[in-house]
Design a protein around this ligand. Structure first.
Ligand SMILES: C[S@@+](CC[C@H](N)C(=O)[O-])C[C@H]1O[C@@H](n2cnc3c(N)ncnc32)[C@H](O)[C@@H]1O
Length: 450
């Protein structure tokens, strides 16, 4: 999109105009006409327009519907006016179009534009090669491809987006609010442990603060999603677990021990690595821990039973014991003691309509299938002062166990962006939030250029 003089471009809150992969729907309008039409542009076009706007003093200050999202971008561009008249619509229609888009957002762009009455076949020739061309990846249309990340009011320097990655510079809780409940398959956080490792590692009301973060994260998680929380301080872990139990509906599954061969250890192996220190009064710490949570979906069984007017016994007798008697297999599932196998899910689906994915968290067995994991501590990065990067291979193990290719992950304490690297290595998508400028810039460079 070249920047010349002659017409203006109005855009809306970026989140509301994001269509599919790097496609944004915008409203385009001449200075001298009441006509506008829609066009598809890329994020670069919008960022360029944003920058252009900052340089200019005269921003159109209209209070009509076109501007009611409070974001007007002035873009100048030569365009044949006859197109505006031939192809144009009143700007107000644009709002109706967005409402319509909300209900049809899973449709491919072209189809959506056609069923909304905004374009028909004869208009397609007006989409020039270089700018108004609509590109739709028909194979890639799913809820996951419709970005709902809100950047309204954010400085373009504070976020970076590609198809796979969304990087946000900012405070975790505030930034999480910008993610409009995007369903995330796996959340993996490595929060400050509050042990004074760095300036970011001293937090007042630590447990309350971290609980608030987890409460906010829970709302982003898919029903079959999982959450992993790194920590190494046992007192904090115990307080945190109690607090999470009190304030969320997350279900604690287990604690994983990360047996790390730390720098001072004799490199003999994970299980016999050792450090000898004078005047030691306790054993050297050799491990960190990862709390593994899923959503608690057990309430769904009872809800479905009430809805379908079925009692537990009816379901239970579908799978009798070897001697033909009744077992407690279904009750154990409904009370959260067991997850159903796919086989056991068949009678549950028959009676309650619930599907496996509605109630069982995604978990895919891999080679490392026990809860003690041996991974070397990650090496510090040359160009970044971050003191606690996590090993990418360990994160890949979490990713492979709990997600499929194309799923979304999230880390709101991204640091050097290790989770983003692990996601790129395994074809997953990732949202990363980091507050400190140095780390944000480092991971932006590392992940977008690497
Ligand atoms: C333990 S480090 C994470 C390291 C990361 N796992 C990695 O592999 O590089 C915790 C990170 O959280 C960031 N942080 C601390 N408080 C934050 C907050 N309120 N919002 C966002 N990030 C925060 C710190 O700057 C730090 O980079």
């Amino acid at each position: 999109m070249s920047l010349n003089k002659s017409c203006v471009l109005f855009t809306y809150e970026v989140s509301k105009i994001k269509l599919l992969k790097n496609e944004y729907l915008i409203n385009y309008q001449y200075y001298d006409g009441d006509y506008s039409w829609i066009m598809i542009v890329t994020k670069d076009d919008i960022l360029r327009a944003d920058k252009e706007l900052n340089k200019k003093t005269s921003i159109l200050n209209r209070n009509d519907k076109t501007c009611h999202y409070n974001k007007v971008i002035r873009l100048t561009k030569i365009r044949d006016k006859k197109y505006a008249l031939k192809f144009g619509y009143d700007a107000g229609i644009f709002d109706a179009l967005f409402t319509f888009y909300q209900t049809h957002k899973l449709k491919p762009t072209v189809e959506f534009l056609k069923i909304s009455g905004f374009i028909d076949d004869k208009h397609e020739d007006l989409y020039g090669e270089d700018e108004m061309k609509i590109q739709v990846d028909e194979n890639n249309v799913s809820e996951n491809n419709v970005s709902e990340i809100v950047f309204d009011g954010m400085n373009p320097d504070d976020y970076e987006v590609s198809y796979e990655l969304t990087l946000i510079k900012g405070d975790c809780i505030e930034s999480l609010q910008r993610i409009s409940n995007k369903p995330i398959q796996t959340i993996c956080i490595d929060p400050p442990y509050n042990i004074g490792k760095d300036t970011w590692d001293n937090i007042d009301n630590y447990i309350e603060w971290l609980t608030d973060v987890v409460v906010s994260l829970e709302t982003k998680l898919k029903d079959d999603g999982t959450m992993f929380i790194f920590h190494n301080n046992m007192e904090s872990i115990s307080e945190l677990m109690i607090s999470i139990k009190k304030h969320t509906n997350l279900k604690f599954i287990q604690m994983i021990t990360w047996n790390k061969r730390f720098a001072g250890s004799k490199k003999k192996g994970f299980l016999d690595g050792y450090v000898v220190k004078k005047d030691a009064h306790k054993w050297e710490l050799m491990a960190e821990y990862i709390l593994f949570y899923t959503k608690d979906n057990t309430w769904k069984y009872k809800d479905a039973r009430v809805k379908h007017k079925v009692c537990s016994k009816e379901i239970q007798k579908e799978v009798p014991s070897k001697t033909g008697g009744m077992t407690g297999w279904y009750t154990n599932i409904e009370t959260g003691l067991n997850f159903p196998t796919r086989e056991r899910m068949i009678p549950i689906t028959k009676h309650l309509g619930l599907k496996y994915e509605d109630v069982v968290p995604k978990f895919k067995n891999q080679k490392i299938h026990h809860s003690v994991w041996n991974y070397d501590s990650a090496k510090k990065h040359k160009n970044c002062s971050h003191v606690t990067p996590k090993p990418v291979e360990l994160l890949e193990n979490i990713i492979k166990h709990t997600t499929d290719e194309g799923d979304y992950l999230l880390d709101c304490f991204a640091g050097t962006g290790s989770l983003g690297r692990a996601c790129l290595n395994t074809n997953r998508k990732c949202i990363l939030i980091e507050r400190e400028e140095e780390y944000f810039n480092f991971m932006k460079d590392e992940l977008f250029q690497g």
